[in-house]
Design a protein around this ligand. Structure first.
Ligand SMILES: Cc1ncc(COP(=O)(O)O)c(C=O)c1O
Length: 375
């Protein structure tokens, strides 16, 4: 199976541990095991845990805790995976066949751009329109979601815009999926990372065509344990489990234990509050920095997620600009081209304030030269 390189992930894995400042992230700075210990994780019990395989689709207690987050779900509706990325991958392997079509929201995390093509499926894009408060382009959407469409993929809240779909838009998307018989795969990994607005509504429960993926990496601030999950119809979940047996067998045993604690209602709320306070504190710093460029940079404040997507007024390709920033300033940020949107940069909002300030200062040194060029 030939697959295109996942440009953003490859750029990150090549450079994120070599640069002085990695600002290509999209979650908040991670919590520690000690902090999770304070939330009830029994660290001593972990020291004595025999490192066996874990339950391959997730332990029953973890699936029970997760099912409690999704109205009407039971452990049979849940598959626990190694990150949201594995959750998405299992679904692609389970649902897509040669000749199928996939509708893909742009801009986006580009995993579902590369995977379907490697399986012989055709990817049809529909865009979120920045000038329409990131509302989908409905003409494009209606063309992209047609009777040959097996699956529609979107992220809500969206990476990289940080936008959240209105309830009307969600209903319209679901209705169209039902009309053509497509599954809707809603990647909700940023749910819970809202900055000022209310909690993002889940697509879960809107139709039996809806499948949700999520995980601990973003709103929970726990990417390193690599826990994600799928919530879906039990027949789809059963097939994903079959794929899972072939790929990684099971999630990590310690990670399953960490996740059981993190997703408990009271801890989840604490983690979300932590995320929100980091983002609320940092957003004005980012806004002031953007404003200091006198119109060279523009952005719509993200509603959720530790991501700031900004447009810059220059014709320099975003990859070239990011490379210059990396080489000259040792700061890694994401070029818009890696997210389906040329002419934009994505900068991390989830670090410590002093880290953010210094990173922005360095990026600014490079952008200042760019801003003085004719647009
Ligand atoms: C929309 C989206 N889905 C999935 C992932 C991967 O998440 P995980 O770390 O849970 O595998 C990311 C990571 O940036 C993402 O932005």
């Amino acid at each position: 199976m030939k697959i295109d390189q996942f440009e953003m992930e490859r750029m990150q894995s090549t450079w994120e541990n070599l640069v002085e400042m990695d600002m290509s992230e999209s979650g908040v700075r991670p919590v520690t095991l000690r902090e999770l210990g304070e939330m009830g994780l029994d660290l001593d019990a972990i020291l004595d845990t025999p490192l066996t395989y874990s339950q391959s689709n997730g332990t029953i207690p973890l699936r029970e805790n997760l099912a409690a987050l999704y109205l009407g779900a039971t452990p049979g509706h849940i598959e626990v995976t190694n990150g949201t990325s594995e959750a998405n991958y299992l679904l692609a392997l389970t649902l897509l066949r040669d000749g199928d079509e996939v509708a893909f929201e742009v801009p986006n995390y580009m995993q579902f751009w590369g995977m379907p093509k490697s399986l012989g499926a055709k990817v049809n894009c529909f865009h979120l329109r920045i000038d329409q408060d990131w509302e989908p382009d409905w003409d494009e959407f209606d063309r992209a979601v047609n009777p040959r469409t097996r699956l529609v993929y979107l992220s809500n809240p969206n990476n990289p815009s940080g936008s959240v779909l209105s309830h009307d838009a969600m209903q319209r998307i679901v209705a169209r999926c039902e009309a053509v018989g497509a599954y809707l795969l809603a990647d909700e990994v940023y749910q819970g990372a809202e900055i000022h607005c209310a909690r993002t509504r889940s697509f879960w429960g809107m139709s039996d065509r809806v499948i949700v993926t999520s995980g601990l990496s973003k709103a929970y601030g726990i990417p390193g344990v690599r826990i994600g999950w799928i919530v879906g119809p039990p027949d789809v979940i059963a097939e994903c489990w079959t794929q899972h047996d072939y790929i990684t067998i099971c999630p990590n045993k310690i990670s399953d234990a960490v996740a059981r604690v993190a997703v408990k209602a009271e801890n989840r709320e604490k983690l979300y509050v932590r995320t929100r306070s980091i983002l609320q504190h940092n957003l004005p710093i980012m806004q002031a920095w953007v404003d200091s460029f006198g119109g060279f940079l523009t952005f719509r404040e993200p509603r959720a997620g530790a991501l700031c997507l900004m447009r810059y007024r220059s014709t320099t390709p975003s990859y070239e600009l990011c490379e210059r920033i990396r080489v000259n300033q040792s700061v890694l940020i994401v070029p818009g081209v890696h997210l389906g949107l040329e002419g934009f940069l994505r900068i991390w909002l989830g670090g410590k304030p002093e880290f953010l300030t210094e990173g922005l200062r360095r990026i600014g040194l490079e952008l200042a030269g760019e801003a003085s060029l004719p647009a």
